[in-house]
Write a protein that binds this ligand. Sequence first.
Ligand code: TXA
Ligand code: MG
Length: 339
Amino acid sequence: METRIIQPNNLHYAADILRSGGVAAIPTETVYGLAANAFDADAVDRIFIAKGRPQDNPLIVHVDSIAMAEGVTCRFPDAARILAERFWPGPLSIILPKNDRIPNNVTAGLDTFAVRMPAHTVAAELIGICGFPLAAPSANISGRPSPTSAAHVLDDLDGRIPVIIDGGHCHVGIESTVVTFGGGGVVILRPGSVTAQDIADAGVEVRMADGISDSRDEIPLSPGQKYRHYRPNAKVILIIGTAEEFAEYTNSHADSRSHALVFAGEEHLLSIPCRSFGQATDPLSQANLLFARLREFDKDAAEKIYVRCPHADGVGAAVYNRLSKAADSTVILSEKEVR
Ligand code: TXA
Ligand code: MG
């Protein structure tokens, strides 16, 4: 099949495909999603096929209003309303009990589903035109870094999907925060740019799921977290230490196919090709650039990427989470930097 890239002024073209049970790659503020009508089980199956996604990994349902979210859940607790009013539209996915309008393949057989209202105007407008919610995982081949531009989607899914809506580079760059309810508050199953502190500031009790930033642990509550994720072709070696320790280790271990990912201003310490992903103190820009950089290393045909590990505070917790899952190995050079 030919994959067509369209501009946001042509949304009716994508809406027609979605209405007739097809899939469309759409921009959101986090990453590009591969969308289908969330009420149409056959359409949803096409998402799993195009991505090569395991059937037991549930999708996120995208809505354009709290009312649309209420229309697909059998209970919308007060705490969910507080979160939705505070963070929607935006990068927070809330796990709620589903009703029977949502087919079982959206939720991989679970009786709960994840729902969010994306902040990207193109996504919101498209849902409005369709009039139904869109089930959408990230629009990458399963296991690869999530796409943050239309070109990334094309790299992974060319010939496998009919249409990509080009909405530019995603503003956040990593996937939404996923929360569930438990023990009187919310539990963060996947960290994102809405942080634990942001949720606490909204007056909702919050904690991180156990082992969330550790690639060795599975989080059984969120099926997707058990799979390998965010992986470029190159091996990723995550290094915890200071800039100088990083440079010394990397320069002495690197070979001719090794590249490095460092913070802006540190490039001169390295004797191998390197790219940067924001300042050491700026996790928002790290999040914004991380997946694009991992994909650029693939274009460079890098075999190994030595990555300088960010601090896992605030949004940094989400960047660290993605990197620890992408990593084939982690090297700890300073105990004081260990999180
Ligand atoms: O920002 C995002 O969330 C992007 C954009 C496209 O909205 N979407 C995205 O979808 O990242 P995906 O499928 O790559 O990640 C969905 C995550 C998975 O980790 C999945 O296991 C979890 O949400 N999830 C979905 N439904 C769940 C449920 N009922 N219980 C627990 N976890 C669930
Ligand atoms: Mg994904």
